[in-house]
Write a protein that binds this ligand. Structure first.
Ligand code: MEV
Length: 331
């Protein structure tokens, strides 16, 4: 039996604009995770047990575009193995459509667990075969282990199937498990967090598929390119300033940058009354800044808190209707 997990993520600055080649900043969130367990079988089948969806089904019966079936097939193909003789159980504490990267976390957890399982199986096979005069050059059994980049690339293929035009930020931050300054198509850039800061993450409880928000923004951009390009430029400027502030330990500058990013997200049309209510509750209770995180239209709101404001902001968010609040420190 082989097990692997993958964290959630939040986007601190730059969502949506990142789809249009602007930079964004994202960090992993370890308080939530997806977990995949792979177990050997001997009946030739591949069986998927999606615990949260209360569904057990054979890979051969998966419907077209099933994300779990897709990541299993892609991972096996990447390792040049036929998918057979294993079951995959998947469980996630990430809300679906919550902007925390649930789809990418599930893909990454499965690719990691399956990659480990197949390479362990492979080592066993190699041991057995050697005893019988195995010729190591004649077989495909000397397989490579999957790197974080391989896993990110596999998860990105699934993201493309389901999000249309994903930037790749979710699979990247989740596969690498570190804060990233991300620009589509470029190698990841890590950055120094000079002074730790704390973010409260509040779930509106409204599941909002990223695909729909991203598709709506695409249509609005097509109808009004000049306006949207300049909104994305303004977001990019905020993201660049935020990176500098984080690297220089100027945490007090982040609040205003979050507030300004939220104004622009509202203008591009991805906020909602639930998001605005939580943003207002957080800032009224003392958060230095708050904004939606991820696709918007629902999902999660993030608020910048400190030792003094954290409890007050958390209580205010719950009172304003947040379904749960997670507090995470970025360091
Ligand atoms: C989703 O977490 C972030 C978006 O910018 C979409 C993407 O980057 O693919 C809304």
């Amino acid at each position: 039996m082989t097990n692997a997990t993958a964290p959630g993520k939040i986007i601190l600055f730059g969502e949506h604009a990142v789809v249009y080649d602007r930079p964004a900043i994202a960090v992993p969130v370890f308080q939530v995770h997806a977990e995949a367990t792979v177990q050997a079988r001997d009946d030739g089948k591949v069986v998927i047990d999606a615990i949260d969806l209360k569904r057990t089904y054979a890979l051969s019966e998966a419907r077209e575009g099933d994300p779990i079936a897709t990541i299993i097939r892609l991972t096996c193909a990447r390792l040049s193995v036929e998918p057979e003789n294993f079951s995959v159980r998947i469980h996630s504490t990430l809300p679906i459509g919550g902007g925390l990267g649930s789809g990418a976390a599930v893909s990454v957890a499965i690719a990691r667990a399956l990659g480990k399982f197949l390479s362990e199986l492979d080592a066993d096979k190699r041991g057995q075969t050697r005893k019988n005069d195995f010729n190591p050059r004649s077989s495909a059994v000397l397989r490579v282990q999957l790197s974080s980049q391989d896993i990110s690339d596999l998860a990105y293929e699934v993201e493309k199937l389901h999000h249309g035009t994903p930037s790749g930020i979710d699979n990247t931050v989740i596969a690498f498990e570190q804060p990233v300054y991300f620009t589509k198509g470029n190698p990841i850039e890590s950055f120094r967090v000079a002074q730790p800061f704390t973010i409260a993450i509040a779930d509106t409880g409204i599941a909002a598929p990223t695909k729909i928000a991203v598709g709506d923004v695409r249509r609005a951009w097509e109808a009004n390119r000049a306006t949207y390009e300049s909104l994305f430029d303004e977001i990019a400027e905020i993201t660049r300033k935020a990176r500098k502030a984080i690297e220089n330990g100027e945490v007090n500058r982040l609040g205003a940058l979050m507030r300004n990013n939220q104004i622009l997200l509202r203008q591009i049309g991805v906020s909602s009354s639930d998001i605005e209510r939580l943003v207002l509750a957080a800032t009224t209770a003392g958060a230095r800044g708050a904004k939606l995180s991820g696709g918007g239209r629902g999902g999660n709101v993030i608020a910048l808190v400190d030792g003094v404001t954290q409890d007050r902001v958390q209580r205010a968010l719950l009172k304003a209707g947040a379904k749960r609040v997670i507090v995470t420190t970025i360091s």
